[in-house]
Design a protein around this ligand. Structure first.
Ligand SMILES: Cc1cc2nc3c(=O)[nH]c(=O)nc-3n(C[C@H](O)[C@H](O)[C@H](O)COP(=O)(O)OP(=O)(O)OC[C@H]3O[C@@H](n4cnc5c(N)ncnc54)[C@H](O)[C@@H]3O)c2cc1C
Length: 329
């Protein structure tokens, strides 16, 4: 959209438009609501853990379903009169120099914000093993810390042949009663094979033709050889940004494909903040993905954004910031 075609919606912008209603966006909205920042949260309703039975490894919420988590968060946000939550899909975001951002919704609505907080998350591309999409989030998972203990004391399969396979298998060593790596026709690095052999972890190299739920277990069928019954499957995914806004705005990206942020969520563009799975600092090769980390990043970005608005509106520097030299000194 060219600058000339931008509707005149910038007269009364929100202080912040938060795009994304997962843990990062919800927590950011809570933080902003508590200081009465005029905040609009837009949520298209597609969450990374949408297929998961439950959230695990989050203190006080271990075993809560993602839907319960969101319902509780939305109920809490109702207390804060400056926060508006809207179910809407954002299609495009345009920067309007000097006044902020215009956010176009796919139903043709338009809203404006002085600042933006992108909390749009990642999506997982799965390997093409038949049956895997139906199991992902319950009997198949990508993170032993989130969904590993649920397979405790059962025979667990680790699917794949990539560099992450031995780590995933060894993480499950104390939890599973037995482990088998299914390379699905792929070739393990010989050093990794040796590590697995030394740990007594079996490797099956045949192509996997099907993963099928049988009660609370998974039946693994192979191109050759007998089926295996396992209590769960761990598999690496390829995470990709779920929304195009970092590209649209020309934000600096990291080799992971995520948006580069400073430790408090500032992106390479003034006025744009990012939090949650889709953003991280260069200090880590990938985002530290989890519900609690996303929520923490949302809170930090909201506080940084609020402090930056205080600087813009009142000239008040954030705590610890060096004073600007006066012209006469
Ligand atoms: C199967 C599975 C199970 C998991 N289990 C756990 C677990 O047990 N414990 C744990 O800590 N972590 C778990 N995770 C990781 C966890 O889901 C993520 O770390 C967390 O959801 C990241 O939060 P987020 O707010 O960054 O993104 P998300 O939760 O993915 O939220 C993104 C938000 O952005 C919105 N959005 C995207 N595009 C647009 C658009 N164009 N317009 C408007 N809104 C948009 C979406 O609708 C959504 O509201 C799991 C992940 C997966 C895949």
């Amino acid at each position: 959209m060219s600058q000339n075609n931008i509707p005149n919606k910038t007269a009364d912008p929100y202080d912040v438009v938060v795009v994304g209603g997962g843990p990062a966006g919800l927590q950011a909205a809570l933080t902003l609501g508590r200081v009465r920042r005029r905040t609009l949260l837009l949520d298209s309703g597609e969450y990374r853990n949408g297929s998961a039975d439950a959230i695990h490894n989050m203190i006080t919420r271990d075993g809560t379903t993602p839907a319960e988590f969101r319902a509780a968060a939305l109920a809490e946000l109702k207390t804060y009169d400056s926060v508006k939550v809207r179910e809407a899909t954002v299609s495009e975001i345009v920067q309007v120099p000097g006044s902020g951002f215009v956010v176009f919704l796919s139903n043709e609505g338009v809203v404006a914000g002085r600042t933006l907080l992108l909390a749009t998350g990642l999506r997982d591309q799965l390997p093409p093993t038949p049956g895997l999409p139906e199991l992902f989030g319950s009997l198949a998972a990508h993170c032993p810390y989130c969904h590993g203990f649920e397979y405790a004391d059962t025979h667990v399969a680790v699917l794949g042949s990539g560099p992450q396979v031995p780590r995933m298998a060894l993480l499950m060593e104390r939890v599973a009663s037995r482990l088998t790596v299914l390379t699905d026709g792929g070739k393990l690095d010989p050093d990794h094979h040796a590590i697995l052999d030394a740990a007594g972890i079996a490797v099956r190299p045949e192509v996997v033709t099907d993963l099928r739920r049988s009660g609370s277990r998974v039946t693994v069928a192979f191109a050759q050889g007998p089926d295996e019954e396992v209590g769960g499957v761990l598999v690496s995914t390829t995470p990709v940004q779920s929304a195009p806004f970092a590209d649209q705005l020309g934000l600096r990206l990291l080799p992971s494909g995520c948006t580069e942020v400073d430790p408090v969520g500032r992106t390479s563009m003034r006025g744009v903040y990012a939090a949650g799975d889709s953003a991280h600092t260069p200090a880590t090769p990938i985002p530290l993905s989890s519900v609690v980390a996303a929520a923490a990043a949302g809170k930090n970005a909201a506080m940084a954004l609020d402090a930056d608005l205080l600087t813009i509106d009142h000239g008040l520097l954030p705590p610890g910031a060096p004073k600007l030299a006066s012209k006469s000194s």
